[in-house]
Design a protein around this ligand. Structure first.
Ligand SMILES: *[C@@H]1O[C@H](CO)[C@@H](O)[C@H](O)[C@H]1NC(C)=O
Ligand SMILES: *[C@@H]1O[C@H](CO)[C@@H](O)[C@H](O)[C@H]1NC(C)=O
Ligand SMILES: *[C@@H]1O[C@H](CO)[C@@H](O)[C@H](O)[C@H]1NC(C)=O
Length: 393
């Protein structure tokens, strides 16, 4: 065995009974292999093919690990079916934290056994469970693998600098609640490409604190499209800038490209480019919603996360409800919204279709659009936008 290659010794270290079924736990074996791999720069921890490993929540954690560790997943890692096995306080199943140049790669599968969570579950509402979470890491790469059936979010990056995700597959049913594909938060210098993401919530969700994100050549669907937000909940400040989404196919998604913010927030979303998006059977292809609300009504508040410099180019395909929905705040209208070569056609007459909608939305139409987006106000608002500290980021 080459130096630094840690292969599993396949012995189960404990047998427990969950719901009357004998279950082999590999947690301690994984932890022991990690402890060994952690000490050696550029080591490889191998999860061999043809084997399936049932493990409870594990943290593969620095900060004292050497850099450049590869977690090679060729087999399958499965989460326990019993939701209690996740413990009551844990937010993630497999956590990779405070690592430098960490890579997960391979042709294997990480399966979150989410179906038990998708049913009614008393902890579900309070938690935001993630199958795989990277926290506070530098240059993290995920490639090759399939991540499927997460209880909620499949792959999350939080407080990371330098993220590369490519040639991965995310798969969970379109009706599985809150199952985001890839979730980014407080992370910068992110590249996601050549991946196929199908789930029950956003294929990719970009949250506060993200900048310099480039997403290209992604297939999305089923799911809720690619979303920035929701931002500014509970009057928080949110900052998202320099995001490019290009060459994306969306099929049978709820929204296409969407920006959603809560009333009462502050901060800004700026410098966004959505280009070359092909849509089929998408309910709402283009959405900006500064009144995002997850219940029937939310309190009206005057402050908002500002939205400016949003570019849409070559967004084409079929919709089933409303092609364009821009709902912006009276106090802080959306500005510099630019649309070029938009061609959206209703799929069929069998649905009730709506015209494009805009409220307090200003910008430019660089070409004629299909359908015409006459509601966009050309230019800038006449009154200067309030010079508060709202949009300093
Ligand atoms: C992260 O990757 C970038 C780009 O490849 C490189 O310049 C930088 O040195 C890397 N940082 C660390 C800590 O490995
Ligand atoms: C914006 O992000 C891209 C990566 O997508 C990066 O190459 C570029 O330098 C960033 N621009 C600025 C002004 O930071
Ligand atoms: C919020 O404002 C809108 C538009 O002015 C109004 O129609 C709605 O009734 C208000 N909602 C609440 C909860 O005050």
């Amino acid at each position: 065995m080459p130096a630094g290659l840690y292969s599993w010794i396949i012995i189960f270290d404990e047998i427990v009974v969950v719901d009357g079924i004998y279950v082999m736990w590999y947690e301690q074996a994984f932890q022991a292999a990690w402890a060994a791999a952690c000490k050696v720069e550029r080591s490889v921890m191998l999860v061999p093919e043809k084997y399936q490993f049932l493990v409870g929540p594990i943290s593969f954690s620095g900060p004292y690990c050497q850099k450049g560790i590869t977690f090679q997943v060729d087999g399958t890692i499965v989460a326990p079916m019993n939701s209690n096995a996740w413990g009551k306080g844990l937010l993630q199943w497999l956590e990779f934290s405070k690592l430098v140049e960490i890579t997960i790669q391979g042709k294997g599968t990480i399966d979150g056994s989410g179906s038990v969570w998708w049913q009614d579950n008393p902890y579900k509402k309070k938690k935001k469970l993630q199958a795989v979470r990277f926290y506070g890491s530098l240059n993290a790469t995920v490639t090759g693998i399939t991540i499927q059936n997460s209880p909620q979010c499949h792959l999350k990056f939080d407080n990371c600098i330098g993220v590369m995700v490519h040639h991965i597959r995310v798969s969970s049913p379109g009706d599985s609640p809150n199952t985001d594909g890839v979730h980014l938060q407080n992370s910068r210098d992110v590249l996601i490409h050549s991946s196929t993401l199908g789930c029950g919530d956003d294929c990719i969700s970009i949250q506060t604190g993200c900048t310099n994100v480039y997403i290209h050549d992604v297939n999305c669907g089923p799911g809720h499209g690619i979303s920035i937000g929701s931002l500014g909940r509970y009057n928080t400040r949110a900052c998202v800038s320099n995001i490019t989404v290009k060459n994306v196919n969306m099929h049978n998604t709820m929204t296409g490209v969407r920006i959603k913010t809560w009333q009462g927030g502050s901060g800004s979303v700026s410098g966004i480019m959505f280009s070359d998006i092909q849509l089929t059977e998408v309910q709402f292809p283009i959405v900006i919603d500064q009144f995002y609300c997850d219940k029937s009504t939310c309190k009206n508040q005057s402050s908002a996360v500002s939205v400016s410099g949003i570019n849409y180019q070559r967004i084409k395909g079929t919709y089933t409800v409303k092609p364009v929905h821009f709902a912006c705040s009276d106090n802080l209208p959306c500005i510099d919204i630019s649309l070029t070569s938009i061609e959206l056609k209703p799929l069929q007459e069998k649905y009730h279709l709506y015209d494009p909608f805009c409220w307090a939305t200003y910008g430019e139409l660089n070409t004629p659009t299909t359908p015409p987006i006459e509601c966009l106000q050309i230019g800038k608002p006449t009154s200067n936008r309030p010079q508060t500290d709202h949009d300093t980021c």
